[in-house]
Design a protein around this ligand. Structure first.
Ligand code: ZN
Length: 191
């Protein structure tokens, strides 16, 4: 499957929204990818997990680590395709933490999987959690990379892969042209 096929999955589910959105990073944007609409179909999410797994297989990871909630389904499907386990971090008092008895061994080979990479913020935070317990983060991936400018993870020394890339500009609230135009802001994340 090529990149267009993956973006068409989002278009087909009306999961590529246009408007004025507040992203979880605090930035504003004209576009939003509601990946839950694509991942609601288990056959679809399985195929996407297999496609991500194909890009990550040669890293020989022993666990997928993913940021909840957005990354859980695709992380789990990727782990299934790789034949390894999937753990998730979740936000507690503003910081991503490993909870629920999840444990990572020092030296373990970890891949980070997200649904959509916007700024790379969640993936970077997830990498930090893995490294804090002595794990080796060997790669990261997402279904869609929407980052502008392109957020490779070279600064944290982790190779990054996505199934498709789409440029969706983000703005700080202070410099947002949609705010200037008075377009109502919506928070689409979990609504
Ligand atoms: Zn705005």
């Amino acid at each position: 499957m090529n990149a267009d096929v993956f973006l068409d999955l989002f278009r087909g589910q009306e999961a590529l929204l246009e408007g004025h959105f507040l992203l979880s990073s605090g930035l504003h944007s004209r576009g939003y990818l509601q990946s839950a609409l694509v991942l609601q179909d288990p056959c679809q999410s399985e195929r996407l997990g297999q496609a991500i797994a194909d890009k990550l297989r040669h890293f020989e990871a022993t666990s997928v680590l993913t940021p909840a909630l957005g990354g859980v389904i695709i992380g789990h499907e990727t782990a299934r395709a790789l034949g390894i386990r999937c753990l998730f971090v979740e936000r507690k008092e503003g910081e991503f933490k490993l909870c629920r008895g999840f444990a990572i061994e020092p030296g373990e080979r970890i891949v980070i999987v997200e649904d959509v990479l916007t700024t790379g913020g969640s993936t970077r935070e997830t990498i930090k959690v893995a490294r804090a317990v002595g794990a080796h983060v060997v790669a990261a991936a997402s279904i869609i990379d929407r980052s502008v400018p392109k957020a490779d993870l070279k600064d944290v020394d982790v190779p990054f892969f996505s199934l498709a890339r789409i440029s969706l500009h983000t703005y700080t609230p202070e410099s947002c042209p949609l705010c200037d135009e008075g377009v109502p802001l919506t928070k689409p994340g979990s609504r």
